[in-house]
Structure formats: structure tokens, C-alpha cells
Design a protein around this ligand. Structure first.
Ligand code: SAM
Ligand code: SF4
Length: 353
């Protein structure tokens, strides 16, 4: 169920000159938009049970933005004050020639327009691409792993091969990339493995972030059967480890603690049990050029039409500014028996995680 927020009483979106001279974008609630997540494909070589159904229908290739169009849109955002780009999907590293996009976007790192270019991946293609990612200026990556048990890994991802992913991780670390592991906490599936995952990740110098299942898209089975509140996981961990709250906030839904015994960082992404919207600094672009101003709302602005309408960026920039003016205050996710349907019909793989 969705309730849309009323935003008309708020001051209009504005653009302000930042100290660097770039046009910064402020949304109607005064939040600076500095982070763009870009889903470059809705396709994936896995079919994780919480993310996709087994027989997904994917978009026709002609609907996708080309790599050049993706570059133009990302660059327009960088011109408007975006400092961080995350490339995601679907599985971003299965998109053909995706390294071309990393290569071209890296110019914004060189020029100082961008602080960070990063990627979220399932790791299956990392062994091939890790070195080149590092050469493009990527410093940190997120790799999603929900279990270290190969057979269970296959069950969760339906098609994934854990050995290949672990080889990818080795390649990434050897290339000097800092890795953060993302783990979706799944009731009755990996809830007994959180401690071993934590010890393993921190033992390899990697942060671990736990994620609550979000109600995005039709899957096979019911969300309520997968949902494991992280408040419970945290309480269990606190019985065994000393968790020291860290002030680090990324403007996103993650909260971090330092685990005293391992020295590593542990994050909790709790969209279902916490409201993190007040500090939201991000928007999300789909591979067809739809800009979602909030992961948890249906409203989107089409950037493909303006990017295709003319070679100059004027229309595109106007569309971006107008879209940011519609960024809602927050989301309204609900999972319970009465709301067994997904809160939103689109899958996480469309807007990217
Ligand atoms: N394929 C890449 C990967 O798995 O890392 C990038 C895209 S994936 C959609 C990004 C993140 O979203 C992953 O960490 C995944 O576990 C998470 N995710 C997918 N569906 C989710 C859902 N319904 N609720 C919470 N997290 C989800
Ligand atoms: Fe693919 Fe990532 Fe979704 Fe798993 S979570 S199906 S790897 S897009």
C-alpha cells in the first residue's frame, strides 16, 4: 500500500552555487542530491529468491539506454553537483562492454567533478573485470553474498556458483579494491550464519552490511516468510560481541557499528524498521532512463525522451531539475499478512539496490 506525501506546501526546488561553482540541486525538503545510483541492465546471471522470480521477463534491448546515453545522463548529474555514482543492476558486469562506461566516467574522477565511482555486483564476473575497474579509478565495491555454504548459495541465487564469486573476491582484493559484503538477512535461511559471515568478512578486511528484505516486485513465495528484522539480528549479535555505534552516515539507510572483537565495521540497512528518509541524498536511474526520486515510491521521471530529443543537454537538464522538485519526503514500505502483495510492483533489479 502506498500513501503519497503531500509536498505542495514545501518551498520549491532550488539550485544553489556550491563553493566549487557547480550547480548543486536541493530537493523540496532542502536535501542536496549528491548521489546517483544507475541500474545499467535489468538482466542478471543469478535469480536470487528475494529479488527475482525464476522466469523473469526482461526488457527488450532497444528500450535500454545506450552506454553513450548513460554517460550523458550521469555527466549531467555530475554537472549538477552529484559527487558519487554507483553502477548497479540487475548484474551490471553482465552488460556488454560495460567497462567502456566505467572508462568514460572515470574522467570525472580525474577532473575532480566526482568523488567516487563504484559498483554493486554479485561478483560472478569480478575475476575478469577487477583489474580494469581499479584502473578506471574505482576504489571500493559492494559484493552481495548471503551464505558461504555453496549448496545454499545455489539455492538462494538459483543459478549462482559460490566458487566463482570467491575467485572474483580474491581478484578484487588483489587489484587493491576495498570490498564491502552485502548480505540480505533471510528468516530461517541464513539467520544462523550471520556470525560466521561476520568473522569471515572482517577476517579478510571487508566490511559487512546486513540488509532487510524489501517488498519490491512479485517473487515466488511470500515476503513475510523471508522477513527477518535486523533489530533481532543485532540483539543476538550483541549477546556475543561488543557493538560500538559509529557516527558514519552515508546519507542512506545504513547504520554502522564497530565490532570490538574483530575490529571490523558492520552495517545495518533497515528500511522496514527505521526511517532514514530525512537524510536521503540520492536518486536512482533505471536502464531505460526512468529516474526514481525515491526507492519506495512509484513516481518516476523519464530522462530517455529528453536525452534522445536533442544532442544538446538543455532539455535533459531541465527534466532533471523538474524531477528533483518532485522528490517525496519518504517511503511507506509495509510487510505483513494483510499486505501480502509487494508494496511496489517493480523489482529491485529495475532500480538497483
Ligand atoms: N546484482 C547485483 C548484486 O546482487 O549485488 C546488484 C543489484 S542487486 C538488486 C543489489 C542489492 O540488492 C543486493 O545486495 C541484493 O542482495 C539486494 N536486494 C535485491 N532484492 C532485494 C530485496 N527485495 N530486498 C532487499 N535487498 C534486496
Ligand atoms: Fe541478480 Fe543481484 Fe537480484 Fe541476485 S540480487 S538476482 S544477483 S540482481
Amino acid at each position: 500500500m502506498l500513501q503519497h506525501h503531500i509536498v505542495s506546501a514545501e518551498p520549491p526546488t532550488d539550485r544553489v552555487e556550491s563553493s566549487s561553482g557547480a550547480n548543486k540541486m536541493l530537493d523540496p525538503f532542502g536535501r542536496a542530491i549528491t548521489y546517483l545510483r544507475v541500474s545499467v541492465t535489468d538482466r542478471c546471471d543469478f535469480r536470487c529468491v528475494y529479488c527475482m522470480s525464476e522466469d523473469m521477463a526482461f526488457l527488450p534491448k532497444r528500450d535500454l539506454l545506450t552506454l553513450e546515453e548513460l554517460d550523458r545522463i550521469c555527466s549531467a548529474f555530475v554537472d549538477r553537483g552529484v559527487r558519487k555514482l554507483r553502477i548497479t543492476g540487475g548484474e551490471p558486469l553482465v552488460r556488454r562492454d560495460i567497462m567502456t562506461l566505467f572508462g568514460s566516467l572515470s574522467r570525472h574522477l580525474d577532473s575532480g567533478g566526482l568523488d567516487e565511482l563504484t559498483v554493486t555486483t554479485n561478483g560472478s564476473q569480478l575475476a575478469r573485470h577487477a583489474k580494469e575497474l581499479a584502473a578506471c579509478g574505482v576504489k571500493r565495491i559492494n559484493v552481495s553474498i548471503d551464505t558461504l555454504d555453496a549448496e545454499k548459495f545455489r539455492r538462494i541465487t538459483r543459478w549462482g556458483d559460490l566458487t566463482k564469486v570467491l575467485q572474483g573476491l580474491d581478484a578484487a582484493q588483489n587489484a587493491g579494491l576495498k570490498v564491502k559484503i552485502n548480505t540480505v538477512a533471510l528468516k530461517g535461511v541464513n539467520e544462523g550464519e550471520i556470525e560466521p559471515l561476520l568473522e569471515w568478512a572482517h577476517g579478510r578486511g571487508m566490511d559487512l552490511t546486513l540488509i532487510e528484505v524489501m517488498p519490491l516486485g512479485e517473487i515466488d513465495g511470500q515476503r513475510i516468510d523471508q522477513f527477518l528484522p535486523l533489530s533481532l539480528v543485532r540483539a543476538r549479535l550483541a549477546g556475543r560481541y561488543t557493538l560500538e555505534d559509529l557516527a558514519d552516515r552515508t546519507g542512506g539507510p545504513a547504520r554502522y557499528v564497530r565490532v570490538k572483537e574483530t575490529g571490523g565495521r558492520l552495517g545495518f540497512i533497515t528500511p522496514m524498521t527505521h526511517n532514514f528518509c530525512e537524510s536521503c541524498n540520492r536518486v536512482r536511474l533505471t536502464c531505460t532512463g526512468q529516474l526514481f526520486m525515491c526507492l519506495g515510491q512509484e513516481d518516476a521521471a523519464d530522462l530517455r525522451a529528453p536525452v534522445r530529443a536533442s544532442e544538446s543537454n538543455e532539455l535533459l537538464e531541465r527534466s532533471i531539475v523538474d524531477a528533483i522538485a518532485r522528490k517525496p519526503k519518504g517511503h511507506d514500505f509495509i510487510i505483513d499478512r494483510r499486505h501480502a502483495r509487494p508494496a511496489l510492483s517493480r523489482h529491485m533489479s529495475v532500480t538497483g539496490g
